[in-house]
Ligand binder design. Structure first.
Ligand SMILES: Nc1ncnc2c1ncn2[C@@H]1O[C@H](COP(=O)(O)OP(=O)(O)O)[C@@H](O)[C@H]1O
Ligand SMILES: Cc1ncc(COP(=O)(O)O)c(N)n1
Length: 278
């Protein structure tokens, strides 16, 4: 059976993040990828040179066209840019009968460009987090969404539980930004009472452009193909570890990850590298 996933996100001309990272990841994991573009960015490994959001009507039309014709097993959101686009996305998801939703609350690019307007964070909390099967912020995004400061694992857990109270069924706080920590550890909690830490060695590299997009796209693909959380989260962690570890050395700035590394290194059979703590 062919599983279909959808990404609602911005285009990254550099190909390492956004729609491009998502579709490459879906393809690698054997899931048919569809998309609704929210914005075009002119971007490379050195930074974001320009952002052109689409009319919210264009986002709605893309989503409705896909939902009218395909059975979509899981949908992820990435860069949404404005509260108007967020509202349009929420309406189309409601109309489509609330498919399984992965919200990656993309806010600020690594170089500092705003991929979500400041005032739109509130719409994300009100309109999309309550529809989310899982929300996957990095540390600064989790701080912004929950109004807390995160310095420790306990702070990560507190923020994750706040996201559950906002209506998400599960939350993963990604620990990539805690560069003082020896390991890259992501904290998972869900509304069924599970709590886990997925962790790997921290790879010394500057090539981490699109790690968040790639992680949440892998999570979406695993969910679309029938895996349950948190097994899908473990798979996504393996996928991103391989993609970072087997870097491509492209560009002069923060280069993209290697979306085909997971298969090259043996996919789910490559059991090394990840630890799961409950
Ligand atoms: N240097 C690294 N080595 C290994 N894993 C990393 C590294 N940096 C980030 N990760 C992992 O990549 C994923 C994305 O992390 P993060 O950088 O926190 O998100 P974002 O890209 O959204 O800012 C997480 O699973 C995180 O643990
Ligand atoms: C179009 C687009 N979407 C998302 C990101 C975030 O990238 P990252 O995954 O590195 O946080 C980006 N730089 N560009």
């Amino acid at each position: 059976m062919t599983h279909v996933a959808m990404t609602i996100a911005g285009s990254d001309s550099g190909g390492g993040a956004g729609i491009q990272a998502d579709l490459k990841t879906f393809q690698e994991l054997g899931v048919f990828g569809t998309s609704a573009l929210t914005a075009v960015t002119a971007q490379n490994t050195l930074g974001v040179h320009g952002v052109w959001p689409l009319d919210p009507e264009a986002v709605t039309a893309q989503m409705d066209a896909v939902f009218d014709d395909f059975r979509v097993s899981a949908v992820k959101t990435g860069m949404l840019f404005s509260s108007d686009i967020i509202r349009a996305v929420a309406r189309s998801l409601e109309k489509a009968g609330r498919p399984a939703l992965i919200v990656d609350p993309v806010m600020i690019a690594k170089g500092g460009a705003h991929l979500l307007q400041r005032e739109a964070a509130e719409a994300l909390v009100k309109e999309l987090i309550p529809l989310a099967a899982v929300v996957t912020p990095n540390i600064p995004e989790a701080e912004e969404l929950t109004g807390t400061e995160i310095h420790s694992e306990a702070d990560m857990e507190d923020a994750a539980r706040r996201l559950l109270r906002m209506g998400a069924r599960a939350a993963i706080i990604k620990g990539g930004h805690r560069t003082d920590e020896r390991r890259a550890s992501d904290l998972y909690v869900d509304a069924d009472g599970n709590r886990m830490i997925f962790s790997s060695e921290r790879i010394a590299t500057k090539d981490t452009h699109g790690t968040g997009c790639t992680f949440s796209a892998a999570l979406t693909a695993f969910l679309a193909s029938g895996k349950e959380l948190p097994e899908a989260a473990e798979g996504a962690k393996r996928f991103i570890l391989a993609a970072i570890a087997d870097g491509l050395g492209l560009g002069a700035g923060h280069g993209p990850t290697n979306h085909w590394a997971y298969h090259r290194l043996g996919g789910m059979s490559a059991k090394g590298g990840i630890s799961v703590e409950t």
